[in-house]
Design a protein around this ligand. Sequence first.
Ligand SMILES: NC(=O)c1ccc[n+]([C@@H]2O[C@H](COP(=O)([O-])OP(=O)(O)OC[C@H]3O[C@@H](n4cnc5c(N)ncnc54)[C@H](O)[C@@H]3O)[C@@H](O)[C@H]2O)c1
Length: 457
Amino acid sequence: MKSRSDNMSGGKWSRRDFLRSSASAGLGIALTGRTLSGAAMLPGQEEDQNLPDLNVAVIGAGQQGRILIESCLRIPGIRMKAVCDIWAYSQRYASRYLKKYGHEVNVYEDYRELLSKEKDLDAAIVATPDWMHATQTNACLEAGLHVYCEKEMSNSLSKARSMVQTARKTGKLLQIGHQRRSNPRYLHAIDRLVLDKKILGRVSQIYAQWNRAKMDMYGWPKQYTMDQNKLAKYGYASMTHFRNWRWFKKFAGGPIVDLGSHQIDIFSWVLGITPSTVVALGGKDYYKNREWYDNVMVIYEFNTPEGKARAMYQVQTTTKNGGFYETFMGDMGALQISEVPQRGDWAMREAHAPEWDSLVKEGLLKSEKPPLQKLDTQNIFLDVRVTAEAGRWPLPIDLAKPAHQPHLENFFNAIVHGIPLNCPAEVGYETAVAVLRVNDAVEARRLLSFRPEQFEV
Ligand SMILES: NC(=O)c1ccc[n+]([C@@H]2O[C@H](COP(=O)([O-])OP(=O)(O)OC[C@H]3O[C@@H](n4cnc5c(N)ncnc54)[C@H](O)[C@@H]3O)[C@@H](O)[C@H]2O)c1
């Protein structure tokens, strides 16, 4: 178990320190930049800002790469210069999309060729399958670029460690794509309400889940089938492996890593500490021809300064019941939050806790919603103080942008203005340690401990 603040990139200045001081200095945290001449704007893009242009390449233009490209197009000052992808389908889709919005890009198959030819890049976005992250991120950092690398940092801890080391050695920025860390709703709920105002009191229980409906393996347009030589050159045994890399051990960590890491990352943000032990059960119980566990249930223990806290997490891939959300429970209240506000966007106050009226007056919470269901206390013998459903105070912040945009803005702002990254390599590494250990615990079928030094590089 290790306190999070011990291991922050740069050591001395945490993001929360920065936000406090920058707020008092009147420096906004939204990206400031200037609109590029010739580039069309998407809805939500802001004008009249003055960020110097940043030249950016994307390595891996699949589903997530394209989502990140779309967010970049909304950020003034970002000039997309190059796209690298081994698959013609992704190359074509991304380059055409960018052209439509005024960004003519050079297209590459091999990231090494991109790095040797593109000499005026400032940053790279790495959104390839997890197993390639370390090789490509390290090469970009060594080439003098700042890197935004998607989660999971890597499917191998030694490779993830090498990324932290390369970022430190080169002095370049490395942001890991746990985008909730830049989401204004999460920042408000966790930094402001839970950590500063302590509205939940002592947090000792966490529950989170990502339940996803049954899905078939991905296919591909047959005219874009890669031949066996090319697949082998890039490490894939077949098109099925290439398209469904998430399910195979060589390339990824399975659903607990793919989905769970976003939420498990937040446990340590709230508790301010990394876990001390983990126990988990899971299995390959439903799908055939996939290597990773299709369902996992986990319990982490954290030795917080206030005592033990436990976090229960489950990932399911055969039911979408309940969707995905995180619930933090303390002796004064609970917070349920999700990247999708419909699944969680409120705090609940315990009856004995101090009133939250002042928080509502300050605009930190919206007014209490009345209990969902009123009990008929005339006709039933029940103690309503115990059984009536508690009121819910909705969070007052909406995210009026795509979910990944604030995290990219934080990255670009860090490059230009030197503000701290919200998810530097060290934090991404701590999360990778906590999450990848779940698979070890499933395999071992027993409680596993973490040593504090395991979270350090
Ligand atoms: N932050 C999030 O919410 C989020 C969501 C989804 C995916 N992701 C992450 O984004 C990454 C990509 O996921 P995806 O869903 O887009 O996968 P995908 O399979 O749709 O896309 C991967 C792309 O990388 C390309 N590629 C594979 N090997 C390559 C190589 N050696 N060099 C260059 N290109 C290569 C593929 O051709 C494909 O276009 C993963 O790390 C994933 O975990 C993050």
